[in-house]
Ligand binder design. Structure first.
Ligand code: ATP
Length: 267
């Protein structure tokens, strides 16, 4: 299934007196890896939470593959083919790697909970199918060797990859990756970049990426949107963004001693 295109126009959101997003336009092409960057508090999470239906914009509109929506609804995300990963690892600790990945297909299950308990023919067929797809995705992400292990016994980087596998198993059209490299070693980041690229090439999925590591952003993204103080200040290719004076000002104007944001746009 091809990746989805998404366009947000004039999106505004506030929390009490704080204007988190001020008339933001966002134009994401189908099949692109599109990063949303900006200094702390710029509005990145707010924007992603609007795309995931967690927040309803006060003004503005959303077009998802030509469908005009006043807001996204969390209940419809799976149907639209939207999945996400989270900043902090969210896995079922006691379960195996394969079981965790199979969980990414539960919304597609047609057997009833009762059928699953008594092991009806349909439930068994669906489980066998999910197991087969999970094993195939795990192989693509180089996780075959650990597929039967309890997920919490894996390294941090491998757990992040399991999350990616779970997000990919249902064949999403839009994948939101919230800091997929957070806490990873340099070597793990290099591998993760290759796996995200492979996922995009394999299925054509559109990827929205929030990531603080500018080296990763510049290497992985087709296009980048830059937010600052809730406003979109730039959108373009990595080479355009790296030399954009407004972007350089926004990053250099903010002290980020702790997260390295100001370290290098030109990474
Ligand atoms: N639930 C909330 N309640 C109140 N204010 C909020 C809430 N969420 C975000 N904000 C405020 O909205 C603004 C944008 O925050 P947001 O988290 O979207 O930025 P961000 O770019 O994701 O930041 P970071 O890189 O630090 O995660 C900030 O001023 C923030 O303090």
């Amino acid at each position: 299934m091809a990746g989805a295109a998404i366009r947000l126009s004039g999106v505004t959101l506030s929390f009490g007196g704080i204007l988190a997003l001020k008339g933001v336009d966002l134009d994401i092409h189908a099949g692109d890896i599109h990063a949303i960057i900006g200094p702390n508090g710029a509005g990145k999470s707010s924007l992603v939470n609007i795309i995931c239906g967690i927040y309803r914009p006060e003004a503005g509109s959303i077009d998802f593959d030509g469908q005009h929506l006043s807001r996204m609804e969390t209940g419809r995300l799976a149907k639209l083919g939207i999945t996400r990963t989270f900043q902090n690892i969210v896995l079922f600790k006691g379960m195996s790697v394969t079981q965790n990945v199979m969980m990414g297909l539960t919304h597609k299950t047609r057997s009833t909970p009762w059928g699953q308990i008594i092991g009806s023919a349909r439930a068994r067929r669906e489980e066998a199918h999910a197991y087969e797809i999970a094993r195939a995705i795990l192989a693509r992400l180089d996780l075959t060797q650990v597929q039967d292990r309890a997920v919490n016994t894996l390294s941090y980087g491998a757990q992040k990859r399991v999350e990616l596998a779970r997000a990919l198993i249902a064949g999403p059209r839009l994948l939101l990756l919230d800091e997929p490299m957070a806490g990873m070693t340099a070597g793990e980041k290099v591998r993760m970049i290759a796996f995200i690229r492979e996922a995009q090439a394999h299925s054509g999925v559109t990827v929205i990426l929030i990531e603080h590591d500018m080296g990763v952003v510049m290497e992985l993204s087709d296009r980048i949107t830059v937010l600052d103080h809730g406003k979109r200040i730039a959108q373009g290719t990595p080479s355009e963004i790296q030399v954009n004076p407004d972007v350089i000002d926004a990053y250099l104007g903010v002290a980020h001693a702790d997260d390295g944001d100001d370290a290098v746009l030109a990474a």
